[in-house]
Ligand binder design. Structure first.
Ligand SMILES: C[S@@+](CC[C@H](N)C(=O)[O-])C[C@H]1O[C@@H](n2cnc3c(N)ncnc32)[C@H](O)[C@@H]1O
Length: 382
């Protein structure tokens, strides 16, 4: 990729082009950046390159002549790339545009300064205007560096073999998941366990969930265009429901656990509460594929769990418990929360959520609200 930058201040770009990944790419010839000083093409005897704006107004405007002549002298007729003016009026740069630019063999970038550039220069030598964001810089040089940097890292060989541009923010249509490196425990802040567990499928699932959750939280509009699988859409539905639930339970201290933990929870609960001799039959009757809906209360109502308390007596029991850590599980939504004290999660506070269960941390006591007037609730102790 050959990039020609037309600027009044080439020295602003030079240091950035000699450092780090960009510097290595330039040194290796993977990108060739030529800095063209517009002033050298000024026909003015004082080498002026700007003048007062016609019609009045603050500041100076870059004149057309040096720019048009600089382009003519440096872009041969065979130039086939795009000629871009960095400008706050342009299309806002994004990863899609960067990917398109990276397909070009050559680029010409014009950096404005002062109040901008005589429109006739733009009409003569520019194909399109690109902005690097909705704010105004003093000049286009930083914008040109942003374009060069973003484009360069998509050129094969610029990133090392172990650095990939493929699963980063925007490349997947989503924001990137959080990254961690050593140490696994930094001053008491631990890396999420799944990342050190070595199970690649679990790691992928965790990363996808975090990507979707971050995108939903910070840039929900990206989800409209992102390529999503059915599993992604299901996960998003759970994440949206989690927001509703958390808004309702605002003020109750809870920590939402990952969706994988939520998926594993019903099995742990089932094994803790359904006596071994009933499990086979209970699984046949109560489970339906990976859907957990109904497991909990069906296990009670179909008699697979002996000695439970039902109705108002069941509702009373969580209130009599000693404070301690526990779980809130919403089976219809597959959401699992850890509570520092499960006794603050009263049936009254939770009943708008419909079908839910509470359990103490040791899974020795559980309360199940079925969300159905004619069934339950149930309380059970093992
Ligand atoms: C002070 S600005 C001129 C702004 C111009 N008067 C306007 O309001 O659109 C000077 C130069 O900085 C560059 N520039 C400023 N903001 C930019 C942005 N957000 N993206 C790209 N280039 C920018 C452009 O090359 C521009 O010609």
């Amino acid at each position: 990729m050959r990039i020609k930058v037309f600027t009044l201040f080439p020295e602003m770009l030079r240091p950035a082009l000699s450092q780090s990944i960009l510097g290595r790419a330039v040194a290796a010839g993977l990108i060739e950046v030529q800095l063209i000083d517009i002033r050298e093409y000024s026909a003015d005897k004082h080498r002026n390159t700007d003048d007062y704006p016609f019609g009045g107004g603050a500041g100076m405007v870059m004149t057309a002549q040096p720019i048009v002549d600089a382009f003519a002298a440096n872009l041969p007729p065979s130039f086939s790339g795009r000629r871009v003016y960095l400008s706050p009026r342009g299309r806002t740069l994004n990863q899609r545009i960067v990917e398109d630019l990276a397909k070009e063999k050559e680029l010409a970038l014009l950096c404005g300064h002062y109040e901008g550039v005589d429109q006739r220069a733009l009409d003569s030598v520019i194909d399109e205007e690109l902005s690097i964001g909705d704010y105004v810089l003093t000049g286009g040089e930083l914008g040109a560096l942003v374009v060069i940097d973003a484009v360069a890292r998509l050129i094969p060989g610029v990133l090392g073999s172990d650095e990939s541009p493929e699963d980063e923010s925007f490349s997947t249509g989503l924001l990137e998941y959080p990254q961690y490196t050593r140490p696994a425990d930094f001053r008491g802040q631990k890396v999420p366990e799944v990342l050190t567990g070595g199970n690649h499928a679990d790691i992928e699932a965790w990363r996808r969930e975090r990507s979707l959750a971050l995108t939903l939280e910070r840039r929900p509009e990206l989800l409209d265009a992102a390529p999503l699988t059915d599993a992604d859409r299901a996960m998003l539905a759970r994440l949206r429901r989690a927001r509703e639930v958390e808004a309702r339970l605002d003020g109750i201290p809870l920590k939402r656990l990952g969706l994988q933990d939520a998926d594993r929870f019903p099995k742990a609960w089932f094994n803790a509460f359904v006596p071994a001799e009933n499990r086979k039959a209970a699984k046949r009757q109560c489970f339906s594929g990976r859907r957990h809906v109904g497991w909990l209360w069906q296990a009670f109502s179909m008699g697979f769990i002996p000695d439970f308390v039902e109705g108002e007596a069941a509702r009373q029991r969580p209130r009599e418990e000693q404070p301690g850590a526990g779980w809130l599980y919403l089976p219809d939504d597959g959401l699992l929360y850890e509570a520092g004290d499960w006794t603050v999660l009263t049936p009254e506070a939770l009943s708008p959520l419909g079908h839910f269960m509470l359990a103490d941390a040791a899974l020795t006591r559980t309360y199940v609200e079925t969300g159905r007037a004619e069934k339950g609730p149930y309380f059970h102790e093992v």
